[in-house]
Design a protein around this ligand. Structure first.
Ligand SMILES: C[S@@+](CC[C@H](N)C(=O)[O-])C[C@H]1O[C@@H](n2cnc3c(N)ncnc32)[C@H](O)[C@@H]1O
Length: 329
């Protein structure tokens, strides 16, 4: 994991903020969710589309969430130098791969295309509309319940989990299912953003909405949603507790916006800004309005304030991305 060339202290591009480099869509702080109005047969709530399979999921599943997942997917490919995983598995031995909480299925489809000899299974609480590659299938299931696979003898070489913060009620049950459905020697790999905006700037502008939302998420959202928004902090131990060995953790810093001088980090920052701007309203909306007494306008105002803070191009925020890899003995 040490060959990714991501410095722990991110060098700042000195010209950042001196010129007007915002894309048109970034200027309009509210544009990220204006397209979320088409009604399919999912439940609409406050202009976003949700599914109700099992006890539902607190984040929307719609065109905006697809754009959000696309930003995460492209950012991770950049971060990992075009690799789909970092686990120490010989590519030629990959036969069965699972993507848990696959969402719109971008990772599952991409890995299926890259490894046509492997069978890829994407699992999610949300039904999947398309099936592009013959070696990729999608299962509608709750990953915390017993997995019912088309081939009951299937054992996975690699189980991939990405960006499930705030989604899962019972992580130990999910990790146990991963363990039970893997072959000996197979790897589990999970990537989660730590919801903790950090900066090396000598001064932090007072009243930062970005930082306030991180603190509010940590102190209120997990309890209100009954789901862990801080999974990045606990996943290594829970993966060890499930029986995995040689568990390693790697932390990489993601700049929020294109403020790094390094070209790779600058691009990562662009994608991370898109991820943040297309994600924030969806992460807050249902939990804050249903359980924490916020109005929709208050949620939108908090989002717009945070987006305007990014657009001001003054502060150099970054968030840790935590990657945990473990092996089934
Ligand atoms: C933010 S999306 C992440 C999508 C994808 N992993 C990625 O990186 O782009 C989280 C997904 O996890 C799914 N999810 C949450 N809890 C789940 C569970 N218990 N079983 C299966 N899927 C779950 C949600 O339905 C949602 O589609």
């Amino acid at each position: 994991m040490d060959d990714l060339n991501i410095p722990s202290v991110i060098p700042v591009d000195e010209s950042y903020g001196r010129f007007s480099g915002l894309e048109e869509e970034d200027r309009d702080a509210s544009s990220a969710y204006s397209v979320a109005s088409s009604a399919y047969n999912f439940r609409m709530e406050n202009g976003r589309r949700y599914h109700d399979y099992r006890d539902g999921h607190p984040f929307p599943h719609d065109e905006v969430s697809e754009e959000n997942e696309m930003a995460m997917h492209e950012m991770c490919l950049l971060l990992l130098d075009d690799r789909y995983y970092l686990s120490p598995i010989d590519e030629s031995s990959l036969r069965c791969i699972a993507d848990i909480g696959t969402g719109h299925g971008l990772w599952a489809e991409g890995v299926a295309e890259k490894y046509p000899d492997a069978q890829v299974v994407g699992m999610d609480l949300t039904p999947h509309a398309r099936n592009v590659h013959p070696n990729c299938s999608f299962i509608l299931a709750d990953a915390t319940e017993e997995w019912v696979l088309d081939d009951p003898n299937m054992k996975f070489d690699l189980v991939h989990i990405r960006s499930l913060f705030g989604g899962v009620r019972d992580w130990p049950a999910l990790y146990k299912n991963c363990f039970d459905n893997m072959r000996s020697g197979g790897c589990i790999e999970q990537m989660e953003v730590e919801i903790d905006a950090q900066t090396d700037d000598p001064e932090v502008l007072p009243g930062s909405q970005i930082r306030a939302l991180c603190e509010y998420t940590r102190t209120h959202l997990s309890a209100a949603a009954g789901r862990d928004f801080d999974i990045s902090l606990g996943m290594k131990k829970m993966i060890e507790d499930a029986g995995f060995v040689d568990v390693q953790e790697k932390r990489l810093n993601l700049p929020l916006g294109p403020w790094a001088s390094d070209p790779k980090l600058k691009d990562i920052g662009r994608f991370y800004e898109r991820f943040y701007k297309t994600g924030l309203q969806g992460w807050l909306l249902q939990v804050c309005t249903r359980r924490l007494g916020w109005t929709v306008d208050q949620v939108n105002e908090a989002c717009i304030n945070a987006f305007q803070e990014i657009n001001a191009r003054k502060q150099h925020w970054y968030y840790p991305m935590v990657i945990v890899i473990g092996r089934k003995p």
